[in-house]
Design a protein around this ligand. Structure first.
Ligand SMILES: Cc1ncc(C[n+]2csc(CCOP(=O)(O)OP(=O)(O)O)c2C)c(N)n1
Ligand SMILES: [Mg+2]
Length: 511
C-alpha cells in the first residue's frame, strides 16, 4: 500500500481490505430506452408532469417497462403486507421501501455484474429488480426465519439484505460475475464509508490489473451507495464525499430525499433543504480540470428521465471513475417511516396530499397510459396480480416458519403429557403442558424454555421419557447454536483466531 493511502482514515483502509474482494461486469439493457427516446431526456425536470413521450415503436421496450412496473407493484404490495403483518403481531418490526420503487428499477438497469451495493433499509425494489431477493426471502427475513432468510439466517432485522462474498470454507466467490450486496448496517451513513472502500478498491484494480483475479474486471465496476436525506447530515457522509472527490473513485451515491428523517423535516437538518445545493462546491469543474464529484438531480416519479439519468451517470462513471451524487427529489413515503409510527401524526395535510399525488407508482402508471405503453385494464391486472402474488408469498413464508416450530411443539407436547401422568407429585408439569397447549403459534425459544423448565423439575428422576425430554433439549440447543451462532466469527483457515499465539516475553529488568 502506498503512503498516500495512509493519509485517509483507518476505516477506509479497513473497508478497502474488505473490498479487495471485488467486482466487474456483464450486460444490462438501457439501449431499448435510448432507442425509444430519440430526443435525449433531461434528467432534471421542473415540470410537475411527465413530458408526453412518443408512441411506442418497440415491443421489447414496452415489455421492459411493463416488467419494471410489475416489480414496482410487487414491491409496493410487499410493503403494504409487511406493515400489516407487523401491526397484526405476526412480525416484530418492519421498515420498508414504499415511495422509492421507480427510482430503484431505473437504477437497476444501470447495474452490471460485478457491481456493488452499500445501501440502507429502503432498497427492497432494487433487490427485487436485480433478482437478488424473492418475495419468500423478503418475508422470511421479516418473520425472522432462520431457514427462510438467506441474507442473515433470521439474525438481522428486515430489509437488511446481503450476498455472500466467501463460501463456507472462507474462499472468495467469483465476485466479478455476480451482483454484490454488502450487508446493511444500523448506523445510518455508515454504509457510505464502506462504499468508498469498495470504490477505492476498483481504482486500485484499474491501476494494477494483476490484482484483479476473481474480484474485479479491471476496476470497471461501480459501487452504488444509497442514503436517506436526513442521514446526509452525518459526519461520515461529508468525510466520504470529500475523500471520493479527491480520490476519484467510481462511487454513485443516491440520496432518497423524502424530506424527513423519521418525523424531523429537512429544514431542521439540511442546508438550504437540499443536499445537492449544499454540495455544489464539491462539483468537478471540467473547464478548469479540477477534481470533485458529478451532481445529478432527478424526480422520484419520473421513470423515463430516471432511466436516462442512471444510464448516463453510470456510463460516465465507468469510464472516468469520477464519483457522483445522484439527488433523487420529491420522494414519498406512502406508509410512513416504519411500523413503529404513523406519519399522519407529524405530516401536514398538504404534505400528505403531495405524497398521494406524487406517488411514484401512480405517476408511472399515468405515464404508461399517456404514452400508450399500457391500457388502464393492463395496469389494473398487473396491480391485482402483484397483490395476489405477495399475499401468497407472505402466507407461504409465515407457514414455512410456523410449520417447522409446530412440528417441534408436536414432539414436545406428548412428552410433557406422559411426564405429567408419570409424576402426579409434580403438578407444575401439568401447568407447563397447558401453557404449551395454549400457545397457538409459539416461537422456538418458547418451546425450549418450557422444555428446560420441565427438565429442571425432573432433576434426579430417571425414565425413558425423562431421557427423551433431555434429548429434545439437547438437540434443540445444538440446532439453536448452529442457526444463530455459527459464522459470527470466521471459521475458515484464515480466521485471525487460528493465528498461533506467541506470548510476549519480558526481560526481568523491563521498566
Ligand atoms: C447514526 C444513527 N443515528 C440515528 C439512527 C436512528 N435512525 C434510524 S432511521 C433514521 C432516520 C433516517 O432518515 P433518512 O436518512 O432521511 O432516511 P429515510 O428513513 O427517510 O429513508 C434515524 C434517525 C441510526 N440508525 N443511526
Ligand atoms: Mg428521509
Amino acid at each position: 500500500m502506498s503512503d498516500k493511502i495512509y493519509l485517509y482514515p483507518v476505516r477506509y483502509i479497513q473497508t478497502l481490505k474488505f473490498a479487495l474482494l471485488l467486482l466487474a461486469f456483464s450486460n444490462i439493457s438501457c439501449r431499448n430506452i435510448a432507442n425509444f427516446y430519440n430526443t435525449s431526456m433531461v434528467a432534471t425536470t421542473t415540470s410537475s408532469r411527465h413530458k408526453k413521450p412518443p408512441a411506442p415503436q418497440d415491443e421489447a421496450y414496452r415489455q421492459e417497462v411493463l416488467h419494471d412496473f410489475h416489480i414496482c407493484c410487487i414491491s409496493r404490495e410487499a410493503s403494504v403486507v409487511a406493515r400489516r403483518e407487523v401491526l397484526m403481531g405476526k412480525a416484530n418490526f418492519g421498515i420498508i421501501g414504499d415511495g422509492k420503487e421507480v427510482a430503484q428499477v431505473a437504477m437497476a438497469k444501470a447495474w452490471r455484474k460485478g457491481d456493488f451495493r452499500s445501501g440502507y433499509y429502503r432498497d427492497q425494489t432494487l433487490l427485487f429488480a436485480l433478482g437478488q431477493m424473492s418475495l419468500d426471502n423478503f418475508f422470511g427475513q421479516l418473520y425472522g426465519d432462520p431457514y427462510g432468510d438467506p441474507f442473515s439466517g433470521g439474525r438481522q432485522m428486515n430489509s437488511h439484505p446481503a450476498t455472500a462474498f466467501v463460501d463456507e470454507a472462507g474462499n472468495f466467490v467469483d465476485q466479478k460475475n455476480r451482483y454484490n450486496i454488502t450487508s446493511d448496517i444500523a448506523p445510518t451513513a455508515g454504509q457510505v464509508a464502506r462504499g468508498i472502500g469498495l470504490a477505492f478498491a476498483s481504482k486500485k484494480f484499474r491501476e494494477n490489473p494483476a490484482l484483479c483475479g476473481e474480484l474485479s474486471d479491471g476496476g470497471n465496476e461501480v459501487t452504488f451507495v444509497t442514503i436517506g436525506d436526513a442521514s446526509t447530515s452525518e459526519g461520515a457522509f461529508w468525510e466520504t464525499l470529500n475523500a471520493a472527490g479527491v480520490l476519484q473513485v467510481p462511487m454513485a451515491v443516491s440520496v432518497w430525499d423524502d424530506g424527513y428523517g423519521i418525523s424531523v423535516p429537512k429544514k431542521y437538518q439540511t442546508i438550504k433543504e437540499s443536499i445537492s445545493e449544499a454540495l455544489a462546491g464539491f462539483e468537478a469543474d471540467t473547464a478548469r480540470n479540477t477534481n470533485g464529484i458529478n451532481i445529478y438531480k432527478g424526480k422520484a416519479w419520473d421513470y423515463p428521465a430516471l432511466c436516462q439519468l442512471y444510464k448516463d451517470a453510470i456510463e460516465e462513471m465507468r469510464t472516468s471513475h469520477r464519483p457522483a451524487l445522484i439527488h433523487i427529489q420529491e420522494v414519498t413515503q406512502q406508509l410512513g417511516h416504519s411500523t413503529s409510527g404513523d406519519h399522519r401524526r407529524y405530516k401536514s395535510p398538504e404534505r400528505l396530499a403531495f405524497e398521494d399525488e406524487f406517488d411514484c407508482n401512480r405517476r408511472m402508471a399515468e405515464w404508461m397510459m399517456e404514452s400508450s405503453i399500457a391500457t388502464a385494464e393492463e395496469i389494473e391486472k398487473i396491480k391485482s396480480d402483484a397483490k395476489r402474488q405477495v399475499v401468497e408469498a407472505a402466507q407461504g413464508a409465515y407457514r414455512n416458519y410456523h410449520n417447522r416450530v409446530g412440528a417441534l411443539k408436536n414432539q414436545l407436547l406428548p412428552l410433557l403429557k406422559a411426564l405429567q401422568t408419570a409424576h402426579p407429585e409434580l403438578p407444575v408439569l401439568g401447568l407447563l403442558s397447558n401453557e404449551l397447549t395454549q400457545k397457538r403459534e409459539p416461537l422456538r425459544f418458547e418451546l425450549l424454555q418450557i422444555a428446560r423448565r420441565a427438565l429442571a423439575l425432573l432433576n434426579g428422576k430417571n425414565s425413558d421419557t425423562v431421557s427423551d425430554l433431555a434429548g429434545f433439549v439437547q438437540s434443540e440447543t445444538a440446532e439453536g447454536d448452529r442457526i444463530y451462532s455459527r459464522f459470527l466469527l470466521s471459521e475458515s483457515p484464515r480466521s485471525p483466531l487460528r493465528v498461533p499465539v506467541i506470548p510476549a516475553v519480558y526481560a526481568d529488568d523491563a521498566p
